[in-house]
Ligand binder design. Structure first.
Ligand SMILES: C[S@@+](CC[C@H](N)C(=O)[O-])C[C@H]1O[C@@H](n2cnc3c(N)ncnc32)[C@H](O)[C@@H]1O
Length: 944
């Protein structure tokens, strides 16, 4: 019999009890590493911090599926639906490996999961065939009659909510969550404050999710656009040299007057034009005019190497007109930097609306100094390339472009074809104003760039808005010229948002139309989606329709200031936007954006989550994702959840970010997933009772996870959870207990949560959270230690020992170390880390690396039994006599006699955890392990 409406109305969701975080992490990581192979990225690669689709799917499916009495079976079914079961991996591996390797698939399946995933296709790349065989099993377990994910989702939606599930994301960003929700068959509500976010989400549905016919129509629109723009450029004759060569890249640099010599000098951080082609710029002094000609020369490697040093060195302008006298002046002083009060100012003229090139008296002039040309070879698809000095004809063409833009600028600005939007000051947006005097967004583009983009902008329709944004991103004055490229096509410019900032450049590249043609035919992926909702542009707290499930990724401590950097694009679209986008407010509305971590952030979040709770049925469920950086997250989140009338029912930790994101300065690697429900009851408790309750909750949560883990492992598969996951589960359990109460010690928790913070003062909620986290951490005692013993250790000792265990389990991410350090109140764990530690390959120093450091003084570990023990291991590794080692240990370890047993335990623990690790030249864990065994034995047998 089919599932009845509301049959599962109050069933707990699977994600409230289990979630295979290790597998989901491996899958998320794989997706993030796919670069341009990611499903939605082609629409806007400038949007960073996309939440992996596979994670979004896991959250939604996990929120829909019920838990039954048979957790193991629940897990199996969930993994089949996600395409992450071992039977699914078999298919995914076969799809990815060449036929000659199909026989070895069994071998792959014995490898650790993340290695299997590495060699397999992503589930979404395989498509429906991955799920073809799962339905009998799934239907038998769930009582459904589905033949596809969409059908399953609909049937479960009916059983839970009486209809197809309505899923909303009110912080939709690039639309990763709404797109996935729609793809698996939910009814979707997507909204964001930022119109660029709305546009990306619109594109997800209407381009990537478009039916095939619509896609072919789009392709012809794009082709037509490219053709028309090309015709116009050809008509103007601004990109050809008249003898068959077409411009590919135009290189520009700033030029300033050197105040010491009075010479006009180009600002070139490097004189290399192309490493691959061995081309450099040579400065040829023209003493009569006190300026340099720039000759573009093909040279040998030696000269290329010498050309690394340009006229900008460590922030100074350096040049020598006669090759003898060297002039050096700081660019800051040329710019006239000075301080007024606490503000940085300078003497740059602020550009006006009608400016688009420097005026003759401006400090920074701009000059074309090289052109790379291309020419198609006869009867071939390949090109020849050449770099040439700038000729009189080139300069004529430059003038033509300038005149063309100048005569139209004002009209084009009125019509919205070129921005006339002021740059509002801000963290990122101050930079172009301060460094170049640019005050309008169009100042970030030179005449050639303005001209080509304006031609596209004139013919804009919604579908080609994505062509426009990629042109804008790839052709601005902030596009770095990449001179290190190997031969090939001689390199290209990088995009503006290769960093998430608005860094100005002394020299940059401008692409010709011919060199941007591929942006007119982007290779969007295609996943036709049948139904989808509209995209709304409003503040999250203004949500006014009811949804069953909310999945949100709010701007928590965002490393990227979307509200600022997207103005770069907004400026190009705000006037006369395509009709599909016309209802949106074409303004980043910075003041309404939720940001930062202070009071404004908390209030914004509380308003939003309260509103969502009010627009959710009683059995609705919320998934709140956030990457975490600061230590106050738990308290922040508890406040928000309390104040919005929600409570936590589970929490998970998934690794989502790629290494590249970390290099960009965001030291975030994981995403915390909180599962929230409405807080229905008004429960009261007292602080004294909470300790016990939290401990029980942590205990049962951890035991349930460990239990499931053991059962899974007894079936021969990998562990589901590492200690870090258990730790997170511990915190979550603590939050779960806390947020279930509306009144603690007679205090109304909603009011407490709303109360403003006072700097440096802990609130009642902070104290409760500290207490809860502490209880959770203390409960997690490593095997082999007694609870009482473990609690006696200092935080830093517990940290070291915990991390020894994590390393034994194969964990390597620096993030883990940070988490544990925070939880154990370790202030300075860096001193214990190997010097070679990186975000993704971190490890502790072993005794032979610590040597005799940190034995005394301020270090947290100084003077502890563990430090004494590690020193003893170091001595043993140097083959010091055991008697002498023991004598030193007795001196170094406080209360040696009382701590003797503990020392033996720690030594044995280190031996067990270290012996299985592989040694390298500098890292010798096996040796550490054997010394630890010897030492444990010696301490135990020591006669005193
Ligand atoms: C972390 S991003 C979401 C990223 C998204 N999940 C993705 O995968 O691309 C947060 C989003 O919240 C939006 N936002 C910030 N303040 C907002 C507000 N008050 N109302 C609605 N959206 C807001 C930002 O524009 C941004 O798109």
């Amino acid at each position: 019999m089919a599932l009845q409406p509301f049959q599962w109305k109050d069933r707990p969701a699977l994600i409230e009890h289990l979630f295979p975080v290790q597998k989901i992490s491996a899958e998320s990581f794989k997706e993030q590493m796919a670069g341009s192979g990611k499903t939605l990225t082609t629409l806007g690669s400038y949007w960073k911090g996309r939440k992996p689709l596979i994670l979004n799917k896991a959250c939604i499916i996990g929120a829909l599926l019920p838990v039954t009495d048979d957790l193991l079976k629940d897990l199996e079914i969930f993994e089949l639906i996600m395409g992450i079961a071992s039977s699914s991996l078999r298919i995914r591996l076969k799809e990815n490996l060449p036929a000659s390797k199909h026989d070895s698939v069994n071998g792959y399946l014995e490898k650790p999961y993340n290695e299997q995933v590495r060699s397999a296709k992503r589930p979404e790349e395989v498509g429906n065939s991955l799920f073809a065989g799962i339905w009998p099993k799934v239907n038998a377990h769930l009582g459904t009659s589905a033949n596809s994910i969409e059908e399953l989702v609909e049937q479960i939606g009916v059983a839970r909510f009486g209809h197809r599930p309505k899923v909303a994301d009110v912080f939709s960003g690039s639309g990763q969550i709404p797109f996935e929700a729609a793809r698996i068959g939910c009814d979707v509500y997507a909204s964001d404050l930022n119109p660029i976010a709305c546009m990306l989400t619109w594109g997800d549905f209407n381009i990537v999710g478009a039916p095939t016919e619509k896609r072919s129509k789009l392709e012809s629109i794009q082709k037509k656009l490219a053709f028309e723009v090309e015709q116009e450029i050809e008509r103007l004759g601004i990109e050809s040299d008249g003898s068959g060569w077409r411009g590919k890249v135009y290189l520009y640099c700033n030029e300033v007057i050197c105040p010491e010599s009075g010479w006009r000098v180009p600002l070139l951080p490097s004189l290399i034009i192309s490493n691959g082609f061995k081309v450099i710029a040579k400065l040829k002094p023209i003493p009569t005019q006190k300026r340099y000609d720039i000759d573009i020369c093909y040279v040998d490697q030696e000269e290329v190497d010498a050309a690394k040093i340009g006229t900008v060195q460590d922030g100074d302008l350096v040049h020598s007109p006669d090759g003898i006298n060297v002039y050096r002046t700081s660019i800051k002083s040329i710019r006239g930097d000075y301080r007024e009060g606490n503000q940085n100012k300078n003497k740059l003229r602020l550009w006006e609306r009608s400016d688009f090139i420097p005026r003759p008296a401006d400090i920074f002039q701009e000059r074309l100094y090289c052109v790379q040309w291309m020419k198609q070879r006869p009867n071939a698809k390949t090109f020849d390339y050449v770099f040439r000095s700038v000729t009189q004809e080139d300069l004529q063409r430059e003038l033509l472009v300038i005149e063309h833009v100048k005569s139209r600028l004002s009209n084009w600005q009125d019509a919205g074809f070129i921005p006339d939007m002021l740059i509002e000051k801000g963290y990122n947006t101050d930079q172009p104003i301060r460094e170049r005097g640019w005050t309008y967004w169009h100042h970030l583009f030179n005449p050639r760039q303005l001209l080509t983009i304006a031609l596209v902008r004139q013919k804009l329709v919604a579908e080609t808005a994505f062509v426009l944004t990629s042109l804008v991103d790839n052709n601005s004055r902030l596009c770095r010229w990449n001179n290190s490229a190997s031969k090939g096509a001689g390199g290209n410019t990088s995009n503006t948002f290769d960093s998430q900032a608005l860094n100005t450049l002394y020299n940059y590249g401008t692409r010709s139309f011919a060199n941007m043609k591929n942006f007119f035919s982007p290779q969007y992926k295609s996943f036709p989606i049948s139904g989808f909702g509209n995209v709304k542009n409003h503040q999250a707290k203004e949500i006014n329709v009811v949804n069953d499930i909310y999945v949100t990724d709010p701007p928590y401590g965002d490393a990227v200031k979307y509200e600022e950097v997207t103005e770069f694009f907004i400026a190009w679209l705000r006037k006369n936007p395509p009709k599909e986008f016309a209802d949106w407010s074409w303004d980043s509305r910075r003041s309404l954006a939720i940001k930062g971590e202070d009071e404004g952030f908390r209030n914004g979040m509380i308003g939003t989550y309260r509103s969502m709770a009010a627009h959710m049925p009683d059995n609705g469920i919320q998934i709140l994702m956030f990457t975490h950086q600061s230590g106050s997250i738990w308290a922040d989140m508890a406040n928000i959840i309390w104040a919005s009338g929600l409570q936590v029912t589970a929490a998970w930790y998934v690794v989502t970010e790629t290494d590249a994101a970390i290099q960009d300065g965001a030291h975030v690697k994981g995403t915390i997933i909180l599962v929230l429900r409405k807080r229905h009851k008004t429960l009261e408790t007292f602080r004294d009772d909470l300790g016990w309750e939290i401990e029980q909750a942590v205990k049962s949560q951890v035991e349930s996870l460990v239990g499931l883990d053991q059962r899974v492992r007894s079936l021969g598969t990998e562990r589901l959870y590492t200690d870090a996951d258990l730790q997170m589960a511990g915190y979550a359990a603590a939050l779960k207990v806390l947020t279930a109460y509306s009144n603690i010690d007679g205090k109304d928790m909603v009011r407490e949560a709303e109360a403003p913070r006072q700097k440096g003062r802990k609130t009642f909620v902070d104290e409760l959270i500290d207490f809860a986290v502490q209880t959770a951490v203390q409960f997690l005692v490593p095997a082999g230690f007694e609870k009482s013993e473990w609690q006696k250790l200092k935080g830093i000792e517990r940290f070291y020992l915990k991390m020894v265990d994590m390393e034994h389990q194969g964990a390597k991410s620096l993030d883990n170390y940070q988490n544990f350090a925070k939880a154990l109140k370790v202030h300075n764990f860096d001193v214990l880390m190997s010097d070679a530690s990186k975000a993704n390959s971190a490890r502790l120093k072993i005794s032979s690396e610590l040597k005799s450091s940190l034995m005394a003084g301020e270090a947290e570990i100084a003077g502890t039994p563990l430090r004494a023990l590690l020193y003893a291991l170091f001595e043993l590794s140097k083959e010091t006599e055991i008697e002498e080692v023991l004598a030193h240990l007795m001196d170094n370890c406080p209360n040696y006699l009382a701590n003797k047993n503990l020392l033996v335990k720690m030594a044995e623990y280190i031996a067990t955890k270290r012996e299985s690790l592989k040694s390298t030249k500098t890292f010798t864990p096996e040796k550490e392990a054997s010394c630890a065994r010897v030492l444990a034995e010696a301490i135990r047998n020591q006669r005193l």
